[in-house]
Design a protein around this ligand. Structure first.
Ligand code: CP
Ligand code: NVA
Length: 297
């Protein structure tokens, strides 16, 4: 039976666990081959990258990755498009599909990304919504595989706000045999349907974990409740005390941007157990592998 390729990558559940592992292996190959090997997988193809929210890693890694695969990145900001003057998401999708081979979008509305995908005749890739950040989860899996060799049986303790990054980590982990435990206070926890173990106790979460994972306490769109969030999430800071309850070889991950001294202390972020900078680099390799898979096979 031939495998049907997914058209889109929106909540991360579109790609099977086995295929995700193959994709991560390909990302590792691309990492090893860089920068010597120029790619040609996207020759003659343009990729639209529509960012309605700020981004450093996602935008630049998609732009660089597309160029490295021989394609042409078309970076678009929502404020510069007719979208900002009321043109519908549906019509924008129909028109972009006539020009480009894929659409990468970061939006403050998950529904708009779903709608864009429904009306597109080319693959749509979610570059972050308030609900999911599946491209981040690809780089997270790659980082874990780099450090531990095998994903199956690993345990990752996500500590902090149960947000888009936590949700996508849980989805990716459940597909690849990684147990994800999310430690968050009441009111900040993921919904019970998410494939992760949920707890309020950060110390219990990190005991026996292979990796501890953090993200900001104030995500894009949460600015109005920033002060309350900082107060409520303060017991969930990733610091030396929390690490002392983990194994000696436990690594620390963070999707970035970080706020040293807030959700993670500087000594941990920049310390020897931090895998954060490799994790950031892996955004490039993992997304190149994703583009190859969605557009070439
Ligand atoms: N981790 C991440 O997605 O970073 P950016 O917001 O800089 O893209
Ligand atoms: N949870 C963060 C991730 C940033 C990459 C946000 O949504 O702002």
């Amino acid at each position: 039976m031939t495998e049907t390729r997914p058209r889109h990558f929106i909540d991360g559940g579109e790609i099977s666990g086995g295929r995700l592992v193959t994709l991560i292996d390909r990302a590792e190959e691309l990492r090893a081959g860089r920068p010597q090997e120029g790619g040609s997988a996207l020759t003659g193809k343009s990729i639209a990258m529509l960012f309605e929210k700020p981004s450093t890693r996602t935008r630049i890694s998609f732009e660089v990755g597309t160029a490295e695969l021989g394609g042409h990145p078309v970076v678009l900001r929502g404020s510069e498009m007719q979208l900002s003057r009321g043109e519908s998401v549906e019509d924008t999708s129909r028109v972009l599909s006539r020009f480009v081979a894929a659409i990468v979008i970061r939006s403050g509305s998950h529904e708009n990304v779903v709608s864009l995908a429904e009306h597109a005749s080319v693959p749509v890739i979610n570059a972050l919504t308030p609900l999911y950040h599946p491209c981040q989860a690809l780089a997270d899996l790659q980082t874990l595989k780099q450090r531990f060799g095998d994903l199956n049986g690993l345990k990752v303790a996500y500590v902090g706000d149960g947000n888009n990054v936590a949700r996508s980590l849980a989805v990716a982990g459940s597909l690849t045999g990684v147990e994800v435990v999310v430690a968050a206070p009441s009111g900040y926890q993921l919904e019970s349907e998410v494939p992760a173990r949920l707890t309020e106790d950060p110390i219990e979460a990190v005991s026996g974990a292979d990796a501890i994972y953090g993200d900001v306490w104030v995500s894009m769109g949460d600015e109005e409740s920033a002060a309350q969030r900082r107060a409520d999430l303060a017991p969930y800071r990733i610091d030396g005390h929390l690490l002392s309850h983990a194994k000696h070889e436990t690594i620390v991950m963070h999707c970035l941007p970080a706020h040293p001294g807030e959700e993670i202390t500087a000594d941990v972020l920049y310390g020897e157990r931090s895998a954060v900078w490799d994790q950031a680099e892996n955004r490039l390799h993992a997304q190149k592998a994703l583009l190859e898979y969605l557009l070439v096979g």
